[in-house]
Design a protein around this ligand. Structure first.
Ligand SMILES: NC(=O)c1ccc[n+]([C@@H]2O[C@H](COP(=O)([O-])OP(=O)(O)OC[C@H]3O[C@@H](n4cnc5c(N)ncnc54)[C@H](O)[C@@H]3O)[C@@H](O)[C@H]2O)c1
Length: 360
């Protein structure tokens, strides 16, 4: 088995905390080069990967013929420049979220990705969490009947944000930092696009560190997502259907809870309580979780998916199209915050050269 040779562009929080740790124990991926403009970050990364060549200019490593693919972990203002440069240098790209800063940049990454024969995958890692995949399978199998709504909360307990997150253009707060994850998860779980967005924000400890999004999906399903940067960590998703309910909290649950619906007047509290059950959990999940960087196994799942897509030479979701759609929702949310009104998301027509089977 030939290993995929990886270059790391940006050696900050996510690179040091997650990607370097996952790469160190990956049999199919080998880190051969790393770059950061900050000397201390570079040195810390080099300490974790002593055999990798070191660059201060991330674009320098794109010239190396023995780098097959790059992980882009620079601040998101740099995503479009870095991803386009990497694709046009013939590298496969794992691009961290958020995809870009606005739909114009997102459109340029999408166009380059369609032109290129390389794989570009976005780091929407939460779709690779086994509990979320179980939820999706259950929804698709009709276990909860017709889906009525999805409610999610993604709250972090970080005390102080890194500088660029707090200062960028006066900062876009939680909308750019964590909302892209659950926007993607919503598209993924519900197999639908977002057609309308209403957003509300509060600034408690930093600019817009608390955001609520109301989404209307192309199927009519209603969604409410809450995001907060500085409170008790929470990652809940609850999907209600005509025939039951699925619920999970990645920080507290040991599995996805399924509660069947009862015809009106039947069940009672005891019956409903007794009927609740957890969907079967894969045996090693807890060990995997505890071993994972940030105790989040979906990062490795996402990286494995990237490696498999490159090996197969196939575009694979979450791809540039998913990134582009995500950015349209963020842009609509920004417009809603500005105007105070609900904002329609432009209808999405997936270009022919991209993946064809909808959000996966
Ligand atoms: N998937 C996730 O859950 C997740 C988690 C955290 C961060 N992220 C994303 O990863 C990216 C990086 O976030 P972070 O928290 O690691 O940020 P960070 O600020 O800790 O790290 C960014 C690094 O990039 C370097 N850098 C800045 N400009 C550069 C440039 N032009 N070229 C090379 N290096 C440059 C900085 O010196 C810094 O070391 C962001 O897009 C962020 O949204 C994703």
């Amino acid at each position: 088995m030939t290993q995929l040779r990886i270059g790391l562009m940006g050696c900050g929080l996510v690179a040091l905390g997650v990607h370097l740790r996952n790469l160190r124990r990956h049999s199919r991926l080998r880190l051969v080069a790393l770059a950061d403009r900050d000397h201390l970050r570079r040195e810390r990364a080099h300490g974790m990967a002593p055999s990798a060549r070191v660059f201060d200019d991330p674009y320098g490593l794109l010239q190396l013929p023995d780098v097959d693919a790059v992980i882009v972990g620079v601040p998101y203002e740099e995503h479009a420049t870095a991803a386009i440069a990497a694709l046009s240098s013939g590298k496969h790209v794992y691009l961290e979220k958020p995809f870009a800063t606005d739909p114009d940049e997102a459109g340029r990454i999408l166009a380059e990705s369609l032109r290129s024969d390389r794989v570009l995958m976005v780091g929407f890692n939460y779709r690779f969490h086994p509990f979320h995949r179980q939820m999706r399978d259950a929804i698709r199998s009709g276990a909860i009947g017709e889906v009525l709504d999805l409610r999610s909360a993604f709250h972090f307990s970080r005390q102080v944000g890194v500088d660029w997150q707090l200062t960028r253009h006066g900062s876009f707060g939680a909308l750019f930092d964590i909302a892209p994850h659950h926007i993607d998860l919503t598209r993924f779980l519900l197999d639908a696009e977002v057609s309308e967005v209403a957003a509300k924000a509060r600034s408690l400890n930093s600019h817009q560190d608390n955001i609520h999004l109301q989404l209307v999906m192309s199927t009519g399903v209603l969604v409410h997502c809450s995001f907060a940067l500085q409170t008790a960590a929470t990652a809940t998703v609850v999907v209600s259907g005509s025939n039951g309910r699925l619920a999970v909290d990645l920080y507290r649950s040991h599995g996805v809870e399924f509660s069947p619906g009862f015809p009106s007047g039947q069940g009672g509290w005891l019956g409903r309580h007794a009927a609740r059950r957890s969907l079967p959990v894969r045996g090693l999940h807890l060990i995997e979780k505890l071993r994972s960087p940030w105790q989040e196994p979906s990062f490795l799942g996402c990286l494995n998916h990237f490696a498999a897509a490159v090996e197969a030479g196939e575009v694979s979701s979450p791809d540039a199209w998913d990134g582009y759609c995500n950015q349209q929702v963020i842009a609509a949310a920004l417009e809603s915050l500005r105007s105070g009104a609900s904002v329609a998301v432009p209808p999405a027509i997936r270009p022919a050269a991209s993946t064809t089977d909808g959000p996966r």
